[in-house]
Design a protein around this ligand. Sequence first.
Ligand code: SRM
Ligand code: SF4
Length: 577
Amino acid sequence: MSNPHTEPDRSRDLSQPVERLSADERLKAASDQLRGTIGASLADPLTGGVADTDTKLMKFHGIYQQDDRDLRDERRRQKLEPAFQFMIRVRMPGGVCTPAQWLKLDQLARENGGETLRLTTRQTVQFHWVLKDDLRPLIQGLREVQLDTISACGDDARGVMCSINPHLSSLHAAVYDLARRASDQAIPRMHAYRETWYGETRIEGPEPEEPFYGKTYMPRKFKIGFAVPPVNDIDVYTQDLGFIAIAERGELKGFNVAIGGGMGRSDQSAATYPRLADVIGFVTPDQVLVTCEAVMSVQRDYGDRKERSHARFKYTIDDLGLDWVKAEIERRLGFALGNAHQFAFTTNGDALGWQTGDDGAHHLTLFIENGRLSNGPDHALLDGLRAIARVHVGTFRLTPNQNIVIAQVPDANREQIERLAEEHGLLAHVRDSALRLNSMACVAMPTCGLAMAESERYLPSLVTKIEALLEKHGLTDVPITMRMSGCPNGCSRPYIAEIGLSGRAPGKYNLYLGGGFHGERLNRLYRENVGEQTILESLDTTLGHFASERVEHEHFGDFVIRAGYVDPVTSGRDFNR
Ligand code: SRM
Ligand code: SF4
């Protein structure tokens, strides 16, 4: 299946040897397989931070050095070093964890992580506010419950995603099993991790190279996800490599394969753009793991290692051409992909509240606004989930929409779980607008070093103002997807939302309209670098028009295109037009 928008870029002459690798590539190659000087940095008592090069290598260990940006200016004035702290991202394929694991996450957050946990858009948990001396205790605590942080960040395969679909329990289980195995296959072996964090001794003699990654790993992060239609909760078209489950009468037949998705872009750089993945064929379940390897190997070998902002798989595909990349994948696989099968998505949101699976077990999906779990004067979300974990006998499932499912609840426990959720305010959102329940914000300030504007701390109040408009226009119960990111990197996947906002400067955002309701279309820039007043005025007009002229079942993203507010975006390269 060829895409007319991904013609090869002949300006890149691949016959030339790579003469100049980027600084990051040279660092990886010389890092002694990701050890660098991390040990010495951790032992240095004179600073709360680590050496610059180690900050990059520690990402492969799932750890980011950050500093409290609310304090940055004041500390600079006082000639103090930044208030260094670390973010730790747990590897949790498909977002599945046990109550015992949850209780450990909760305990570690209370002891070492600023008494908060953050559910992410890729179905895992992040700790923030961790001090250097607390890194080892925290990672060793995770190990006690068979969790780690390997490959949660860095130039490797990131957390593998998997649809949460409680209705189809057996199908979901089969797909989840493959997602977990794909994750196991893709994680680096990384003896450096065990030495650094668990205190294991280095094996004598020359260390064998990483069998797949070699010395330089991937050119950039690589993201894999498994979707189970009709729910596109993982936003499969935003993955570097996506698998779309094809089932017949509830039985898994195989997967359509989609390649080349990604959201990240850089501010005012037309050469960077979000791109949706193209479906290139079909594989059977037993071909999934070899397909992962073949696709990743093409990107490993052909991805741009000179220019990091051009190093994602989406650019490799646009440069070399989709047909060429598909042929190279098939050559490496040694077989041709089958023809893609028919499927249909209807939503990328979560079904909140109670659902019952085909095995009769119950699942309670809780809306966690922007994934933030903490306790405070008016909320006790962390306490609530701890109380539930103490009595729950099933699993927890973290959703790609930053929500959480209390999964596999037997009949006998249902009432108790619901009472605990109610008592701790975990059901408080049932009366919110459908827009709020379909909204997401990335972390941004004060921990994210790349944030240009607020996101998680601002979106709830902006939504409250938009809810007044929704009420005025009678749209409170109409689902509309809205996503905000504090910078163009797009961690909340804002460029497929019906209403997308990405931060440009404090209080200033680009407003995008026209994304597909189930993640099938990129949105288009509607207002550039605007503040709250313009955002609200723009939405008042477009939502009002939508309310009066929408046809039955029409989504807001489709309407703004039909009504001429924005042109549809037909490819990644078309996004910046
Ligand atoms: Fe992200 C970098 C947070 C999902 C695209 N992302 C970051 C960093 C680590 C900032 C940094 O490099 O210093 C952020 C840490 C903030 C903090 O304080 O915690 C960060 N990204 C997040 C999370 C926590 C957002 C959230 O609110 O949940 C998500 C963690 C996911 C996980 O569990 O692994 C998160 N990031 C995403 C997604 C969505 C997805 O993967 O489905 C994207 C867009 C998809 C994509 O990759 O194209 C995304 N993050 C980026 C980028 C842009 C990459 C690019 O291709 O240009 C960066 C910047 C970079 O890598 O240089 C980035
Ligand atoms: Fe940080 Fe930007 Fe990602 Fe938001 S989108 S978490 S501001 S990197």
